[in-house]
Ligand binder design. Structure first.
Ligand SMILES: [Zn+2]
Length: 505
């Protein structure tokens, strides 16, 4: 009747079950009658069918409101954790388990995914074939239940860990995750002495965070992807109580955590004081318009380059091949040289006026659209990463952790890129107005000087009517531009001449 004879135990020779019992009213629980009946039912069933009971979950005498997160949740957690062992879930009848059919099927599908059979003992067992189609319809519901559950469960586990003095989640640089339940993080043998040095240098007052990252890089400190530890990460290291043996989670600070500290507590306190001291008076915010941000590409590998701002000079750097560094200032000068070498014919100026008007119209619509798309992409990435993070740090599926990490890394990279694009596009609009376009046309006759007379922000705005990409190289700074189609059309029809002192590809 239950098809039990077709099931092979996952482990050992006997089928293993968990039981769930529940009483509908507190009264029934008080008399104990109903629960006893259910116990008896389970006992009879397992002895007749040669089944072991691993655990019994019981929601007894609770108010209806409490039943929102009763033992049911724990039962699902248990089945999730022990999916490799549990063969069956036994309930007196389906109504014990869930309040409606949809919930019932959802729970059943959740169990089915873990290859666990749900057996209601009242005979209302319907085989796996009939509701196959129906299961499809409620896959969405299952996913919702699962994600909600995973999130809650992870949070619960993490909070419990923090209370025990265990750092929940991924360990920061300098520590390693033990990847074992109830084991704290431990100092990374390869990196802990770098952390020690970083604190030592910082509290001495003789170094900036930036210089510390450089010195330690030279001495061999690498981040988890093998690169240089950046300034933000270093700042976080120097401000994190974790390194002196404390723990901060969810707004609560635990001064004495279970892991081994890397630096003494008074070093940590001195480090915080040093940040306060340095921040006073040093509150200059960088105001620098990066002309070629979003345009600069590495000639060697084609990647979009990132601008970096250092006390000694500002550079575009290729983070992909690591081979190309170009000074921002030099690159900007090359752009100016390009415009000085560009001559428009009368016919071209008329054409250009039309092009500018068209592009202006397009600006109004395309940016918000692109932003919307980028934001949607970011949300998707965020969700995917959360799911993987839950898997990595929820304490489950240890075996799979390497595979999960491999899936996680590319998402992280993409998120970084998407974020950068959003920041770039999200800046206040500086779209050209009609009157400004006329001025531009007049100035076109001497476009180089016109360009030089503009502010950086205007130059940047101007640039996008001409250029879609700039290719950078260490020796020659900018080797070539990729033009926007409208401008390319003018150039190819000889309406614009570009002097040979500015090499094109
Ligand atoms: Zn490159």
């Amino acid at each position: 009747m239950y098809g039990l004879e077709d099931i092979k135990p996952k482990t050992g020779t006997m089928l293993k079950s968990v039981c769930y019992k529940r009483v509908s009213t507190p009264n029934q629980a008080l008399t104990g009658h109903s629960l006893e009946v259910q116990d008896q039912l389970f006992q009879n069933f397992v002895s007749q069918n040669n089944i072991t009971i691993l655990k019994v979950f019981e929601d007894s005498g609770r108010s209806a409101r409490d039943l929102d997160r009763p033992d049911m949740e724990e039962l699902l957690d248990y089945c999730d954790d022990n999916a490799a062992t549990v063969d069956l879930v036994l309930v007196q009848d389906s109504s014990r388990l869930a309040r409606n059919v949809a919930d019932h099927l959802t729970v059943k599908a959740f169990l089915k995914k873990r290859n666990i059979k749900l057996i209601p003992l009242d005979g209302s067992y319907y085989g796996d074939t009939d509701e196959g189609d129906f299961l499809d319809v409620i896959v969405a519901a299952v996913n919702q239940l699962e994600s909600r559950r995973t999130g809650k469960k992870t949070k619960r586990i993490m909070k419990a860990l923090a209370e025990k003095g265990m750092k929940p989640g991924k360990s920061p640089l300098g520590f390693c995750n033990s990847f074992q339940k109830d084991k704290p993080i431990y100092p990374d043998p390869e990196r802990k002495h770098f952390i020690y040095k970083a604190y030592e240098m910082w509290i001495s007052g003789n170094h900036t965070v930036y210089s510390i990252t450089n010195i330690l890089y030279e001495q061999g400190l690498r981040n988890t992807s093998g690169g240089k530890v950046n300034k933000n990460t270093m700042t976080n290291i120097l401000k994190n109580i974790l390194y002196c043996g404390g723990l901060s989670y969810d707004g609560v600070i635990y001064e004495k955590a279970a892991h081994e500290p890397i630096v003494p507590v008074d070093w940590y306190k001195k480090s915080l004081l040093m940040f306060e001291k340095r921040n006073k008076g040093a509150n200059r915010t960088r105001k620098y318009t990066t002309l070629l941000a979003g345009y600069a590409h590495c000639l060697k590998c084609g990647s979009l380059m990132a601008a970096e701002y250092h006390p000694k000079g500002n550079y575009f750097r290729c983070k992909t091949c690591e081979k190309t560094y170009v000074s921002l200032e030099k690159a900007d000068k090359r752009v100016s040289a390009f415009f000085h070498g560009t001559v428009f014919t009368e016919k071209a100026l008329n054409n250009l006026r039309n092009v500018l008007l068209e592009v202006k119209q397009e600006q109004g619509t395309s940016v918000p659209e692109q932003l919307k798309t980028l934001r949607q992409r970011r949300d998707i990435l965020d969700k995917k990463m959360k799911v993987l993070e839950d898997k990595m740090f929820g304490g489950d599926e240890l075996v799979e952790s390497e595979r999960i990490k491999a899936r996680y890394q590319p998402l992280k990279e993409e998120l970084k890129q998407v974020d950068a694009q959003i920041i770039e596009m999200d800046k206040p609009s500086t779209n050209l107005k009609d009157s400004e376009i006329e001025k531009v046309i007049q100035g076109m006759k001497n476009i180089g000087e016109l360009y030089d007379a503009m502010t950086k922000v205007q130059q940047k705005q101007f640039l996008r009517f001409f250029i879609s990409k700039a290719f950078l190289e260490k020796e020659r700074t900018i080797t070539s531009f990729e033009f926007v189609p409208e401008f390319e059309a003018l150039v190819s029809r000889n309406l614009v001449r570009i002097r040979s002192n500015w090499l094109r590809r």
